[in-house]
Design a protein around this ligand. Sequence first.
Ligand code: SF4
Ligand code: SF4
Length: 102
Amino acid sequence: MTKKTNLDDKQSTEPSVAPQPKAKEKEKKLYDVVFFHKWCKSCGLCSAFCTKKIIQTDDTGLPYIKKMDSCIGCQFCEIHCPDFAITVKERHPKRRRQNGKC
Ligand code: SF4
Ligand code: SF4
């Protein structure tokens, strides 16, 4: 006679659970940051306040972003620009294709 173990009880009483499909990964939001260079006085505040440190400045001190997809849309740059020279907007890459306009 074989001795029944706790493991045998557990296996026989628990319902078998089918593997669940992985939850759909949340799509990462993308943003576009636009600099109005005519209004910019090259103070460097936007670069200093950028939470992701992605705002760089060119030789003349004008800001630009090399890796726009790294922007998290926090708007710190927009809020701190004293000359209102920055606009941060969410990018909707599929919208135009779906509407078929523009
Ligand atoms: S929105 Fe935030 S992460 Fe994006 S460039 Fe401005 S400060 Fe940086
Ligand atoms: S904070 Fe505004 S004015 Fe200053 S460098 Fe950035 S865009 Fe130009």
